[in-house]
Design a protein around this ligand. Structure first.
Ligand SMILES: [Zn+2]
Length: 248
């Protein structure tokens, strides 16, 4: 209820906004994007970030940037990585918090693949309160398991140059030969084998189901059918966040 009234007021105009500067700033463009591996989250994230002029924030990117720039958090994270263990949720969450405080997040942001589980979601909520922000919408790109397996298990990669192919959707011009470098070593990554995919999807479901429930209860969750064409899916998402691409 609190969220609705504030959102309604902020739409009325900038005069009223002034009074709310020190409170939570919830904008329709503070977004979380959820989706299983193969659901097209990366593709949609990139398009939305371009169209809405908001940064696409993934934990992988933040982690790499922190390690590269040798920030305090980056140095801590690297200790874990060097030992070959997962960087703890605490470090990841702190990195996200620092990232969300940067200027380019003022008008909105798109969290891509974060939070991954309830623990991270709770930490995110606490940190958003600390920095005076709030989530507007959680978009879940939903694709049935059979389609996901078909998409993921068809992926092939060139061993030499890393070019990506798909046995149904984007075959190389000459079967088995890389278009880019001419290598004949196009293979299936271990991660993309059917048995591995099934296991990855089970883990994803187990971690994400409670998140979906949580955001549904808060009235923030929107399920989007991720099986149509790319443009159509983008259009559905834009409608939800109130950006009716051009014609309204
Ligand atoms: Zn190649």
């Amino acid at each position: 209820m609190r969220d609705c009234s504030k959102k309604a007021r902020s739409r009325e105009g900038s005069k009223i906004n002034v009074f709310f500067l020190n409170q939570e700033q919830i904008t329709d463009m503070n977004l979380i994007l959820l989706g299983a591996p193969g659901a097209g989250k990366g593709t949609q994230g990139k398009i939305l970030s371009d169209r809405l002029h908001i940064p696409q924030i993934s934990t992988g990117d933040i982690l790499r940037a922190n390690v590269k720039n040798k920030t305090a958090l980056g140095i801590k994270a690297k200790e874990f990585m060097d030992r070959g263990v997962l960087v703890t949720d605490d470090i990841v969450v702190s990195m996200v918090e620092e990232r969300l405080m940067m200027n380019d997040c003022a008008a909105g942001f798109l969290l891509d693949g974060f939070p991954r589980n309830m623990k991270q979601a709770e930490a995110l909520e606490a940190q958003l309160v600390r920095i005076g922000k709030g989530i507007g919408h959680v978009i879940g790109i939903e694709v049935d398991k059979k389609t996901l397996v078909k998409r993921l298990s068809g992926r092939r990669v060139c061993r030499k140059c890393g070019a990506n192919y798909h046995i149904i959707f984007s075959q190389p011009l000459n079967m088995g030969v890389c278009d880019k470098c001419g290598s004949a070593e196009i293979y299936q990554r271990e991660d993309d084998k059917e048995e591995t995919i099934e296991a990855r999807l089970v883990v994803y479901e187990q971690e994400t189901f409670p998140l979906i429930e949580h955001y549904t209860k808060k009235g923030m969750y929107h399920a989007i059918d991720g099986t149509g064409v790319v443009d159509g899916i983008t259009g559905s998402i834009m409608e939800i966040i109130g950006q009716r691409s051009n014609n309204s």
